[in-house]
Design a protein. Structure first.
Length: 727
């Protein structure tokens, strides 16, 4: 193994890792004359073993994109019209305005939205929440409501905060519900080699993919089609079969679970015939999957986006956890378990902790914060509200909510009502085009990092440190230093120190940054070196000596859930008020936003060459035909729609036109179109603006009555639309 790497900015090969998605693939970057000129897979990376996708190398084109923002920019005209200013001028004005808003209207008038790429930046974790708290603000928005809130809700309700992960390396039956890991490279489970892992499972057992579309993953393994937004019924059908046929693990339930009886009784309100009719899967097929799942000693049920933004997304994810639990496949080899987090100390315990959900609610709509994240669905309302402490200032870092949330056109109107808006980004995008200032961020090649978010989703825990490959280009700065400077200028404590240390230590750690703090946590953590007490343990220095990654050992991952359990006796909880209320809603009201007989259920897709809204300025990734609306041949025939013809999709508040692709890959009654497109020409990405996709989210709804009451998540998959041919 080649452990000798060039130091920051030096010509030669640098070992680093990709931070575009959760796979965190190992990369080898070649630097010449101070620039990254080539990116290849790091064949020696202990997790990704030489796997990368096309986006990793194309990140160099993002970094070197002539349209990248490399200097602080001040808006000097309409949306998207900016001129270069100095950091000093930008920071002076931003801080004066934020200070005045806090003084006059209170901290709650100031919000932040931190987008997806920051989940992979070890330099960001939790820091923005601390920054807001020091201002007296709880207005922390993220994409969670369009992503993981349902999972977070379910996990914290049943167990405690964290993520349940499937033991992919060891299971023999892998039930995937609403995820497409061969294109997404897996979410909420770190699995860069997931294709090899799933091939091995298929060899020794079975991989079943429940999806309304014959995806790449479904095609390779066993596909079980389902109608969008009906998984709640499919899962109720599975669980009823498990209970009715006594496929439960009674000993595990007796020792470890409370609330089984009321949970089981509630399921009786959803008989399997009803479940089958609603989700479109024959009774025998539901029963077979239940029997096969329970019958394999090592089986794991796993789901991602396809179940998370559904009309009962939170309850659906409770049922997925319940399926793993009642069949005795939770916390065991080959089942699913709570990922270990080596940043936590050995003494960590959640015993007796309250459920954080609903401790904070949105001021408009009364929707719960999930894990401290407010649903972005209400941002426009919060800005446009009449209340004295309405949102007047917003910092958007690494996000594009105008495109990533439903009804973005309304958010665009609202953003123009802010007194001050700051963007921190690599680009001028559809959202920060309205900012007063855009501050230039570093790409991952220009900063050091450790995995933080992903570490507890690793079935095979491993630590990777990446030094900076090159110094920040232009005047780009890391997000943490931007927030630290704003805090200092406003006379507030260092948000990084606030995140990790008790108050009496903040002054002493005025200049400490994220990597300093993470080192502290690792060394004191459950796998740490405890400053010499455990010489075999981890420290940042030790991790740095292993540029291709180092395995985290000495953690009993399967039993890790026990220290995360909130229940006073450390048990799993299948019944509480929120679950009861949602079961009642489901059995009395049925599905929210169920398509009428002449409507179709619109759901999304991802493709390997794209990541959400932001790599569309790169020619390699967007060349070719624009995205099309996939429609089933029967639905197309009914509407006189020919393959390739333009169609109009009519959503809640708006309509849009795109080409149709007639294909049996999507189930009858549904249509499929990806999100992240529809660049409206105001952002300054020339190539992206030439693409012909539409912003599908603008057809969907953020209205309070349309979102999931338990999480504030909008319905993104299964939204009812009308589709007609354009003559
Ligand atoms: N190439 C690429 N990779 C990515 C991303 C990207 O944009 N591009 N995004 C990253 C991000 S931010 C995330 S969160 C992850 C997401 O990771 P995944 O969840 O694995 O990604 P998706 O492709 O959205 O998979 C969701 C699947 O659910 C299916 N589905 C839709 N509606 C339903 C339903 O009602 N029921 C069921 N059972 N299935 C349904 C869809 O057809 C789709 O195949 O991917 C990450 N990786
Ligand atoms: N209909 C529909 N909508 C969806 C989804 C869906 O499946 N269907 N998926 C949802 C999901 S899972 C997610 S995660 C959200 C994503 O939603 P967002 O996070 O709001 O949006 P992104 O498109 O990821 O935009 C990321 C921005 O960060 C910038 N950026 C990239 N790297 C960095 C960096 O290192 N630092 C800084 N400061 N900026 C950087 C990019 O230029 C871009 O402008 O979209 C959601 N929206
Ligand atoms: S799968 Fe692609 S985008 Fe994701 S981390 Fe690996 S190289 Fe990067
Ligand atoms: Mo996401």
């Amino acid at each position: 193994m080649n452990n000798i790497v060039a130091s920051t900015g030096q010509d030669g090969e640098h070992i680093t890792y990709c931070r575009i998605c959760e796979a965190l693939c190992g990369l080898k970057a070649t630097v010449k004359d101070g620039k990254v000129v080539k990116v290849e897979p790091d064949k020696d990376n202990i997790s990704s073993k030489g796997f990368i996708c096309t986006k990793g190398p194309n990140m160099v084109n993002v970094m070197n994109d002539p349209e990248r923002v490399l200097y602080p920019m001040k808006r000097t005209g309409g949306p998207g019209e900016f001129s270069r200013v100095s950091w000093e001028e930008a920071m002076d004005d931003i801080c004066t305005k934020l200070g005045a808003i806090k003084e006059e209207h209170g901290g709650e008038s100031i919000a932040a939205y931190v987008g997806n790429p920051m989940a992979f930046a070890g330099n960001n974790y939790g820091m923005v929440i601390s920054f807001l708290n020091s201002l007296g603000s709880t207005q922390n928005y993220t994409p969670c409501a369009v992503d993981i809130s349902a999972v977070c809700f379910a996990t914290e309700t049943v167990l405690g905060p964290g993520f349940p992960i499937p033991d992919i390396p060891n299971c023999d039956y892998f039930l995937i519900i609403g995820a497409n890991p061969l294109e997404s490279h897996a979410s909420l489970v770190h699995a860069p080699t997931i294709r090899e892992d799933m091939d091995a499972i298929a060899e020794r057992g079975q991989v079943v993919v429940v999806d309304p579309r014959l995806t790449k993953t479904a095609k390779r393994y066993h596909h079980q089609p389902i109608l969008p937004n009906t998984d709640i019924y499919f899962l109720a059908g599975l669980l009823n079969t498990v209970f009715d046929e006594s496929l439960t693990d009674e000993q595990f339930l007796a020792e470890n679970v409370v609330g089984v009886e009321p949970f089981r009784n509630a399921l009786k309100g959803l008989p399997i015939e009803l479940c089958s009719e609603q989700c479109g899967i024959p009774v025998e097929d539901i029963q077979k999957i239940a029997r096969d799942f329970a019958g394999h000693k090592r089986a794991a049920a796993y789901s991602r986006l396809g179940t998370s933004r559904a009309s009962y997304g939170a309850l659906t994810n409770v049922l997925i956890m319940a399926l793993n639990i009642v069949t005795g496949k939770f916390g065991v080899k080959g089942g699913s378990f709570m990922g270990a987090n080596p940043y936590l100390p050995e003494s960590f315990s959640n015993r007796g902790a309250p459920n954080s959900h609903g401790m904070q609610k949105t001021r408009t709509g009364d929707l719960p914060a999930i894990g401290g994240h407010l649903p972005g669905t209400v941002m426009a309302d919060e800005i446009l509200s009449e209340r004295a402490d309405r949102l007047r200032a917003m910092i958007v870092s690494a996000g594009n909510p105008v495109v990533s949330f439903p009804d973005g056109s309304r958010l665009e109107e609202a953003l123009q009502q802010l007194d001050v808006m700051v963007g921190i980004d690599l680009y001028i995008n559809e959202t920060n085009q309205y900012a007063d200032y855009i501050l230039p961020a570093t790409s991952f090649f220009e900063r050091e990092d450790l995995p933080v978010f992903s570490i507890s989703t690793m079935p095979r825990p491993a630590m990777h440190f990446s030094p900076k490959v090159i110094d920040p280009m232009g005047e780009a700065r890391e997000e943490q230093y931007i927030f630290m400077e704003i805090a200092e200028r406003l006379g507030l404590p260092n948000p990084v120190a606030m995140t990790f240390l008790p108050e009496d230590m903040w002054e002493q750690h005025k200049k400490s940054d994220m990597i300093d703090m993470l080192d502290l946590c690792i060394r004191n953590g459950m796998a740490g070196d405890h400053y010499g007490e455990n010489p075999e343990g981890l420290s940042l220095d030790k991790i740095k000596q292993h540029p291709h990654g180092i395995e985290v050992t000495g953690i009993d991952s399967y039993n890790e859930w026990r220290r995360h359990a909130r229940h006073e006796e450390g048990k799993l909880v299948l019944w509480e008020d929120n679950i009861a209320a949602d079961f009642k809603r489901l059995t009395t009201e049925g599905l929210r936003l169920k398509p009428a007989s002449d409507q179709l259920a619109l759901f999304g897709r991802r493709s390997i060459k794209n990541i959400n809204s932001w790599m569309h300025n790169i020619e390699n990734l967007v060349k070719g035909a624009p995205p099309a609306l996939y429609i089933n041949p029967e639905d197309a025939e009914q509407r006189n729609i020919q393959d390739g013809q333009m169609v109009v999709i009519k959503g809640k508040n708006r309509e849009a036109q795109c080409p149709a692709k007639v294909t049996g890959d999507v189930v009858k009654g549904s249509v499929c179109y990806p999100h992240g497109w529809g660049h409206n020409g105001k952002a300054n990405w020339t190539r992206a603006n030439q693409t012909e996709g539409i912003n599908i989210n603008d057809l969907l709804s953020s209205d309070i009555e349309d979102v999931d009451a338990l999480t504030g998540s909008p319905l993104l998959d299964g939204f009812p639309v009308y589709v007609e041919a354009v003559s």
